[in-house]
Design a binder for this molecule. Structure first.
Ligand code: HEC
Length: 191
């Protein structure tokens, strides 16, 4: 349960403010929730890699990514997930809006924009409810290459093959667009 304690310390630190709903800063809240999930996942990954190597660390992504996202969702009021144009887990497949934003991020990156600055937001109506959505681009960094790069160690490849037979999330280079955090929240009627 170490990761939960770590998380409890991390979220307020990442936020630095309360989560009280303020319509005009809801995007700021989404940014903080995305940053909180990103930071927690990265810390979990790096410590699992140090302790047990990349094969052991696969379990962090495989088993913990979803519960950690659920925890950030519960604490922030935003549903938080991850998606990509090339997914490892088919459950992370983008919908139409997400796909369009990921393609836009890729085009912006190709045009020389700083990947760290790429984000998108929209409001849509679904089943009569207004939903606010937010996405933030995720870059490929050094520690990611052990599991998303082009030179995977054979035991890593074997484990990933077993867990994700349709894995498309390999062959990335440093600095490429890996995917995005994707968040949404139902707006209250007066927003
Ligand atoms: C130890 C292996 C490992 C490392 C290191 C790793 N990942 Fe992953 N990654 C995975 C696994 C396994 C999944 C599938 C998780 C799931 O089943 O939801 C995944 C899924 C993802 C997804 C969700 C989209 C998809 O493809 O399903 C993103 C985004 C992602 N990783 C980004 C990163 C980034 C960025 C880094 C570096 C900071 C990183 N990963 C490092 C193993 C790893």
């Amino acid at each position: 349960m170490k990761h939960l304690k770590l998380f409890a310390l991390l979220l307020p630190a990442a936020a630095g403010v309360t989560w009280a709903a303020q319509p005009d800063d809801s995007i700021q809240q989404a940014r903080l929730a995305a940053a909180a999930l990103g930071k927690t996942l990265k810390q979990e990954l790096v410590s699992a890699m140090q302790q047990g190597g990349p094969v052991e660390a696969i379990a962090v992504c495989n088993l913990k990514a979803m519960p950690l996202a659920a925890q950030v969702s519960a604490e922030s009021g935003w549903q938080v997930g991850r998606t990509s144009l090339r997914v490892r887990n088919p459950a992370n497949t983008p919908d139409d809006w997400e796909r369009a934003q990921l393609e836009k991020f890729q085009a912006e990156l190709d045009a020389g924009e700083d990947l760290a600055s790429l984000e998108a937001t929209t409001t849509e109506t679904r089943n009569g409810q207004r939903i606010q959505r937010y996405m933030k681009a995720i870059p490929v960094e050094g520690p990611c290459l052990a599991c998303h790069g082009s030179a995977l160690a054979p035991p890593v490849r074997t484990k990933l093959d077993a867990l994700y037979p349709d894995d498309q999330a390999r062959g990335y280079q440093l600095g490429e667009l890996r995917g995005a955090f994707t968040l949404e929240k139902t707006l209250s009627p007066d927003n």
